[in-house]
Write a protein that binds this ligand. Sequence first.
Ligand SMILES: Cc1cc2nc3c(=O)[nH]c(=O)nc-3n(C[C@H](O)[C@H](O)[C@H](O)COP(=O)(O)OP(=O)(O)OC[C@H]3O[C@@H](n4cnc5c(N)ncnc54)[C@H](O)[C@@H]3O)c2cc1C
Length: 467
Amino acid sequence: MDIAGLRTDLEGLKIEDNPKIVQQKSRDFYWYSPVLKRQLEQVTADIVVSPRDEAEVIRVLAACHRRGIPVTPRGTGTGNYGQAMPLSGGVILSLAEMNTVSAISPGRVVVGPGAIIADIDRATRAHSGQELRLHPSTYATASIGGFIAGGSGGVGSINFGGLRDFGNVLRLRVVTMEAEPRALELTGEDLHKVTHAYGTNGIITEVEMPLTAAYDWVDVIVGFDSFMGAARFGNALGCQDGLLTKLITPIAAPVPQLYFKRHQKFFREGQSVCLVMVAPHSLDAFLAFTRRAGGEVVYNAASASEEEKKGLPPNYELAWNHTTLRALRVDPSITYLQSLYPFPDHLALIEKIDGLFPGEVFSHLEFVRFDGNITCFGLNLVRFTTEERLDEIIRTFEANGCPIFNPHRYTLEEGGMKQTDEVQLAFKREADPQGLLNPGKMIAWENPDYDYRSGKTFLFKGLERAS
Ligand SMILES: Cc1cc2nc3c(=O)[nH]c(=O)nc-3n(C[C@H](O)[C@H](O)[C@H](O)COP(=O)(O)OP(=O)(O)OC[C@H]3O[C@@H](n4cnc5c(N)ncnc54)[C@H](O)[C@@H]3O)c2cc1C
């Protein structure tokens, strides 16, 4: 790779080549997985380029295309699957500086891809009392472009479903990796070409997202003597049409007691919990519902004293993938699995799976609206022993009808539905004919004959280049 020549082509652009910083910017939260940690530890790019606008993105892509240099886009690097890691080296394209909020109107906001999600909400709240429909639990640090290209859903999914559901992204502007890069406007069905494609087939340079009414959400934690008590409560709460919530998260004991350090004082031994974010105008009715359902309110931010609230993270930073992060900080042997408990049998499946791995898998659910029904994902904590045992646990989930979105794989297909996404593949042929964008992440591109049922892990040959 002629990196020196590329530097000359890109004169005037912001470039970083200090190897320590380049390596740091070549990483994401891949180390959540002991498997990815082993495979990707050494991966690094050659340089980081930080364009300030779309014209600079086009300059970088045209130059890299000419020289055959791979480009891996990056928001703020909070993804979990090694998504933003440059397996073939080359350029990290940091979109962090393209972070302006350029237009806010009823129901819509237009932003740069590098805008931090919490900053977008701050702007839309101040402008017109609106907020984004969904956000990951990495709200305070993640970029909107990274969320769309790498995330799936999160806080707010109990009302609006996932990111790839129709209507949850309105418009994307995407630049192609060609001799003369084009800027395309994608809407409607075309959005599926690039949402959750890990930046393998285009660089998002502008985002238009839908907005909803903003509230000062109230954090409440409800305690239960059994995990199934918390799970049934979560399901019943999600089905309450009149109560407005934004987060419903049942978590089995002893996870809260062991890992939620700042909240520990609120929990009794053996108590499982359900974390909730509820709109202020729904709070009284929610408390009445909780009383009737037999839940014990162990923490209510609306009535807690300033002393009690001091230093507590918000509920959403105990939920989604933050549960794993908090566990990992205390016990580095913890990892996790992401699964779906399909409707309508989800409660029976939750109960069955919860009983299968005592002391090894700890149940953590996130209730969501999924195709109009209330059901849940599991982000279960796993006490890791060996890769073989992890695979065995995955097979048991799947044999019981719970698909696993495997966070121990860096490819789109293995981390998703284990099949080719023909729409994304076709768009890659059109928008990145040389296969230079985030190489190694789309199996369908690297090896069209790959057998997803083989049970083997796909190993990208080009991985050697950057490690
Ligand atoms: C503690 C923790 C909690 C999390 N909680 C959630 C959660 O609740 N829900 C959820 O969905 N995810 C969650 N995640 C994963 C991740 O934080 C989110 O998906 C986040 O939105 C990613 O944003 P980012 O800016 O960090 O993206 P990055 O990690 O920088 O990038 C993610 C992917 O998008 C690509 N990309 C980035 N910018 C662009 C662009 N402009 N154009 C094209 N491709 C691009 C990258 O190449 C990469 O493949 C969590 C992760 C952690 C560590």
